[in-house]
Design a protein around this ligand. Structure first.
Ligand code: ADP
Ligand code: MG
Length: 390
């Protein structure tokens, strides 16, 4: 789960990591009221969306006098920001963060991430802060420092000193940095985060370290024990079809292709997407209806697939293990009658009671094709729905 910058900064502050004074605003009037309350020489108006790269897209603006706050808030609120992380359709700004402007001496990059390869928590840092780290990694990989923290030992001050020296921090702030990184590590592990990125972490002209931006990602499997983090969930920022799917325990991820895929089991779902690609098509989604799929799950899954206007064909690929194919066939027959399927449908059933399921489909009188193998099914659905983009 992702959270907003203003929420991430609340968490950082709880763990004693310095952040600028500021609060969230939902309206222009609130933005002005907060700016007056802050009474800072410079006020910063920041779009709150679940994506980075806002500055370059015009979503972060500095007001040098307080009467500029109102027009800036008016400009950014409701604007559609297109950044490398939003996709081409962009994201509408519904919330702002109004905070004090900080006098920047230098911008650093600092992040913590779960590193599966080394089974540790990696600290990634760079003197080249402010800009996207992917860009630094591509052009100046030597300017990125990595220090791995073994979670069984935990954070030790030497980790902090190693990063501080690599960043070339002035001697006077090394201790402050060692403490800051320790607090960040404590927060990371205590809150079951999977990523915490501070870009930039700034050294102010008066030699203080402040987190100017914050992006956090949490392990969904740990959310049950973090009520406070769960409260940060913002459904405005999530894909509506994914929310609907999660309400029905369906694992659904929307993609930008045209072939809707309905599959049981995550591995088979991945393989199905590969095979659709191999056949020259592109999947509109990843959808795992789960091992215990019922008629109702299948109906709901059809509803979700058909709600995506890009879908030009549906490929159902089911392997009956625990789930029985005749039940799935029943679900498909019911669902296509109810949902009124306006696009071609190809079904491949294999495993438990597959023959019975196929017979039911063939005699249903519905406009669908039954495929004998996954490869045949993928080729048929691509042929029936056309290859071009939607
Ligand atoms: P994004 O990464 O989405 O572009 P940031 O929060 O990193 O958004 O803001 C972009 C840039 O704006 C920062 O690198 C920094 O230079 C400047 N900035 C952001 N917040 C402040 C602030 N409170 N005071 C001064 N400058 C700021
Ligand atoms: Mg940033």
């Amino acid at each position: 789960m992702n959270i907003h910058e203003f929420q991430a900064k609340q968490l950082l502050a709880r763990y004693t990591i310095p952040v600028p004074r500021g609060r969230r605003a939902d309206t222009v009037a609130e933005a002005v009221a907060i700016a007056n309350e802050l009474a800072a020489p410079i006020t910063v108006v920041k779009a709150q969306i679940h994506a980075g790269g806002r500055g370059k897209a015009g979503g972060v603006k500095l007001a040098k006098s307080r009467d500029q706050v109102e027009p800036l808030a008016r400009e950014i609120l409701g604007k559609t920001l297109v950044t490398p992380q939003t996709g081409p359709q962009g994201k509408v700004v519904k919330k702002l963060l109004i905070e004090e402007g900080v006098s920047i001496g230098h911008e650093f990059y600092l992040s913590l991430v779960v590193d599966r390869a080394s089974a540790s928590i990696a600290v990634i840092a760079s003197r080249e802060g402010g800009m996207e780290i992917e860009e630094v990694a591509a052009t100046h990989p030597d300017k990125i420092v990595k220090v791995f923290i073994d979670p069984t030992v935990g954070y030790q001050p030497f980790h902090g000193r190693r990063v501080a020296f690599a960043l070339g921090l002035p001697k006077d702030v090394v201790n402050a940095f060692v403490k800051l990184l320790g607090s960040l590590y404590t927060m990371f592990t205590a809150q079951d985060a999977s990523l915490v990125e501070i870009n930039p972490l700034v050294l102010t002209t008066d030699q203080r370290l402040i987190a100017l931006d914050a992006k956090m990602n949490f392990d969904d499997n740990g959310l049950f024990r973090h009520e406070d983090v769960r409260a940060f969930r913002d459904l405005d920022e999530e894909e509506p079809l994914e929310i609907r799917a999660s309400e029905h325990n369906l694992n659904y991820v929307k993609l930008d292709g045209t072939i809707g895929c309905m599959v049981n089991g995550a591995g088979l779902a991945m393989a199905t997407m590969d095979v659709v690609k191999l056949a020259g098509g592109s999947p509109a989604n990843f959808l795992d209806v789960g091992g215990g799929a019922t008629k109702e799950t299948v109906k709901e899954a059809f509803g979700i697939l058909m709600a995506d206007p890009n879908v030009r064909g549906v490929f159902v690929n089911i392997f009956g293990g625990i789930v029985r194919c005749e039940r799935i066939a029943g679900g498909i027959i019911d669902a296509t009658r109810e949902v009124h399927l306006s696009v071609p449908l190809v079904v491949r059933l294999d495993g438990t009671n597959a023959e019975e399921g196929k017979k039911m489909l063939a005699s249903s009188g519905l406009n669908l094709e039954v495929a004998n193998t996954m490869w045949e099914g993928a080729q048929r659905i691509v042929a029936l729905s056309g290859k071009g983009p939607a």
